[in-house]
Design a protein around this ligand. Sequence first.
Ligand SMILES: [Zn+2]
Length: 400
Amino acid sequence: MKKTKKAKVVFLLLFFSAVISSVYFFYFKKTDPKVALNYVLKNNPVESNCIENLVFERISNNSIKLIFNDSLDGEVKEYNIMRASMDKKSEWTKLSTIQSDNKVDKKNYEYEDKFESNGPTQFRYRIDICKKDDNNIVRGNETIASNVLVCLDPGHFNGKTPVTGDKTYNYCEGSYTIKIGLELRDLLLKKYGISSKMTRDSEHITIDNLTDQELDGKKIILRGEVSKGCDMFFSLHTNANGENANNAKTNEQAKNITKTLLLMNKLSMSNERAIKVANNIGKEVSKVNYNFKLSTTPNFQTASVNNLKEWTGPYNDALDQIGSVCYRHNPMGNDYYDVLKGSNNVNVPGMIIEHGFHTVVEMRKCAAENDLYKHWALADAKGIAIGFGFAKENDNDDKK
Ligand SMILES: [Zn+2]
């Protein structure tokens, strides 16, 4: 009797500790962004641990820092920093070896990799461990890293420019652009090793003590200036048209008004890379819109350096025109949009991306029902990656 009672108690204790630790694990995993630095135990008892999540920090246009934590120090003799080119068949090179200090004390190991050039450079990295007991080498998981840093500006702020009238599907541009922005940030990092600086990563935006409407009303130029030090600037939006354009209700336009527009700042008009990025974002987003039946054509008119279309109101609202890479200047010949002027001020080629028209009912419906932002973000990411030479134009790779 006593024995079974004891066994029961032991069983219950084991059961509850398992429950508590798994709850803790999931909680920890969901709430701590640093969890990316944690190794996850694999089920396989032989060679059970490997470095699964290696993160990096882009330091400058010719160096990155690899970071991993020390939770395996107890069983690891040394860590080998490995690097390979993006070609899957390429050999791995050992860059350095770091000795384990044998103490698991929540310290991070870091390694700075300096590149030979300042141009867009992308590598695969992993940390292989050499185990103390049997000298076995266990390969780590791969992480893609690059020296490219872009600035993402999810347009407006939550609640700004809600659609009014019938069949709104609760669409609000300022609340939707943050979804595109966060998804794009994550995709760029995961798929291409491209880092992002965000003008906002939540519902609201504050720069220089100015928040939301106060900022956009007085000094929207500051949003563009956040891009200082970045390789390119992207302001993410959905488009609208003039009041009652095309003799239809403002927010019930025919879907052939849908066209993808890239509005370039002055620097980017003469920047070959920015033009390539814009052309490819335009092509990819136009395909998404067509596939979701938000537009009547997948076509997009590309531009070349200093040879862009001028944006006009009639072109914006036209029902028989395709999307393009444009510019819009004020009478002084400067950028019409202050957000673009801002990025120009800090020497960063930049563009506004008008993904689609939220004045089209089908677009709002699709946004509400089909995670449209994920598809747009994927299209933006691919266009950016192609422009920086990290993906090919006819690459049909839509893997997450
Ligand atoms: Zn907008």
